[in-house]
Design a protein around this ligand. Structure first.
Ligand code: AMP
Ligand code: MN
Ligand code: MN
Ligand code: MN
Length: 276
């Protein structure tokens, strides 16, 4: 009898803001019964250079791209992309530059708020990972400014705070052109995290479709049933396919372990059907 397929199409390794190496992430996913995994680090595909020789799981090349839409930072997951394509190479180079520039801007803002010299330390914490706000959050904890990363986001880095810098991200059309140019499938990541009204979300979905996007993450990490039903309805209304992912970052975050997000509702068309 063939084993049941369990997909997790949104996870992070330590090449962005997760804590496990790609090999460690694959191992944990496999232990949790995941059969099909996408590592979708923020704006990088470097994890795919560091895979174990025999991953023992079906891997789908992925990425989580940051873009700017109507003044908001929106995440678009690209799945089943061709890692050899020049388009994805251009995309990750451009995003790395944007992240570096943004890190300088975040450090300047923190400096203005009286917290000096964070850039070097944040870059050091990031190491070879794609630099982001979580590395600044760790830096603020290490400096003793706050006692945990959540507080760092609440006071300095989260929405509306000095370190919430997003204006250097490309637009929605650009990131979808990258994903499609690399032969991939575009997915709106965690649609409810943006706290948009239904009509605003509908507007995003329509533009996303217009630029060639294919799916919505109907199941994302820990999510209550009404939220999942509401996103499944959005799929039905717009004809988009459904994706699913834990948005795993750290093993301590027990509510978002690989493969543990709820199953896609029956009436959704799973995104992987378009690859078969
Ligand atoms: P960035 O890509 O640099 O904008 O960082 C975004 C990442 O920061 C998200 O993917 C989360 O992993 C993390 N994050 C966002 N908000 C919070 C928060 N309030 N507390 C802890 N981590 C957060
Ligand atoms: Mn993250
Ligand atoms: Mn995200
Ligand atoms: Mn994510």
């Amino acid at each position: 009898m063939s084993e049941k397929a369990i997909y997790d199409l949104h996870t992070h390794s330590n090449l962005s803001d997760g804590s496990l190496s790609p090999a460690g992430l694959i191992e944990l996913a496999r232990e949790n019964g995941v059969t099909h995994l996408a590592i979708t680090d923020h704006d990088t595909v470097a994890a795919y250079d560091k895979l174990p020789p025999d991953p023992d799981i079906t891997l789908l090349a992925g990425i989580e791209l940051s873009c700017l839409w109507q003044g908001r930072s929106i995440h678009i997951v690209g799945l089943n992309i061709n890692l050899e394509s020049d388009v994805i190479k251009t995309a990750v180079n451009q995003q790395a530059q944007a992240r570096h520039k943004r890190a300088e801007m975040i450090a300047a803002k923190l400096s203005k708020a009286g917290i000096k010299n964070t850039l070097e330390q944040a870059l050091c914490i990031a190491g070879e990972a794609s630099i982001g706000r979580p590395h600044f959050a760790q830096c603020l904890v290490d400096m003793g400014i706050v006692n945990n990363k959540e507080k760092a986001f609440r006071k300095y880095l989260g929405a509306g705070k000095p370190g919430d810098i997003k204006q250097q991200w490309p637009d929605l059309e650009t990131v979808l052109a990258w994903i499609k140019g690399a032969g991939g499938t575009g997915v709106i990541a965690h649609p409810l995290k943006y706290r948009m009204t239904r009509s605003k979300l509908m507007m995003l979905v329509e533009e996303f479709k217009h630029f060639g996007g294919s799916a919505i993450e109907v199941c994302s990490g820990f999510q209550d049933k009404p939220s999942t039903s509401s996103l499944a309805r959005l799929c039905r209304e717009t004809g988009l396919m459904a994706s699913t992912g834990s948005d795993f970052h750290h093993p301590q975050q027990k509510w978002a372990l690989p493969g543990k997000q709820s199953a896609l509702p029956q009436d959704c068309r799973p995104v992987w059907e378009c690859w078969q």
